[in-house]
Design a protein around this ligand. Structure first.
Ligand code: IPE
Ligand code: IPE
Ligand code: MG
Length: 249
């Protein structure tokens, strides 16, 4: 057996299958720096990053992860040069077109987190079609953050709650964490147990602000295009050693 395969096998055996995180969130970061290090255009980093998306989605489903949330494009990423945004949008369509059949066959449901009405019409249509096609799948939910911002999500939720109160569909007294969550993009899904951020940045960058109240964080200096199956397993192994107290003792 090759060395890397042995490492993967060893790590996989260390994972306690009875204590898997139900929901893993990943801030896929470092594509630009990965490319820069190789004197390549930033888009080359995004392209390689897409290969890691395929890998980690497959590994997650095989392992039995029920919810995987990938941050692909934030509400702040519109600040980037038009050319880079175009490149990212093209990759999104490429990803969906090349993967949708396999995802569907593997019983994976695709969900967009974020306001996709602001995406270019082609991208919006591809995402909507993918969600429609896979809506009854049940093995794993693959959430993709697209024009996602945690603050935006909370504000949208608040507006919708106020509308429902105004229309008499809800009483102010009935508003609690349980009802609030029904207005989030992640409705009906558990909060992330584990949040992975590669690339060396130690911040949240507006991802799942409400949902990460008791999430375990795992940071690493690896750039996303270098983030492989073995790193994913290592994050889960480390997670399983944490003592989650939720404010208790
Ligand atoms: C993450 O990589 C991809 C997106 C944010 C879309 P970056 O493009 O942020 O890469 P760095 O952080 O500049 O290296
Ligand atoms: C976070 O990465 C957003 C995504 C991975 C989609 P950024 O590269 O945009 O975050 P900052 O700017 O380093 O905080
Ligand atoms: Mg970045």
């Amino acid at each position: 057996m090759k060395n890397r395969q042995r490492i993967i096998k060893d790590l996989k055996e260390q994972i306690d299958e009875n204590n898997l995180p139900k929901h893993i969130a990943i801030i896929m970061d470092g594509n630009g720096r990965w490319a820069k290090k190789r004197f390549l255009p930033r888009t080359a980093g995004h392209k390689e990053g897409m290969e890691r998306v395929k890998e980690i989605v497959e590994v997650s489903a095989r392992l039995g992860i029920k919810h995987l949330s990938l941050y692909a494009f934030s509400t702040e990423n519109w600040k980037r040069p038009e050319q880079e945004i175009d490149g990212l949008m093209k990759l999104l369509v490429q990803y969906l077109r090349s993967e949708i059949e396999r995802l569907h066959k593997n019983n994976i449901k695709i969900k967009a987190l974020g306001d996709i009405s602001k995406l270019p019409s082609l991208q919006r249509k591809e995402v909507e079609d993918a969600m429609e096609k896979t809506k009854n799948n049940s093995r794993m939910i693959l959430n993709i953050g697209l024009n996602y911002g945690g603050r935006d999500e909370i504000i949208v939720a608040t507006k919708n709650i106020l509308k429902d109160i105004k229309m008499g569909k809800m009483n102010i007294e009935d508003l609690d964490a349980n009802t609030f969550e029904k207005y989030l993009y992640t409705k009906k899904q558990p909060d992330p147990d584990l949040l992975i951020r590669p690339s060396g940045e130690l911040r949240i960058s507006n991802f799942l602000l409400y949902q990460i109240a008791y999430t375990e964080f795992w940071f690493s200096n690896i750039y996303w295009p270098d983030f492989r199956e073995e790193h994913f397993y290592q994050a889960i192994i480390d997670y399983q050693k944490r003592d989650r107290r939720y404010g208790g003792i």
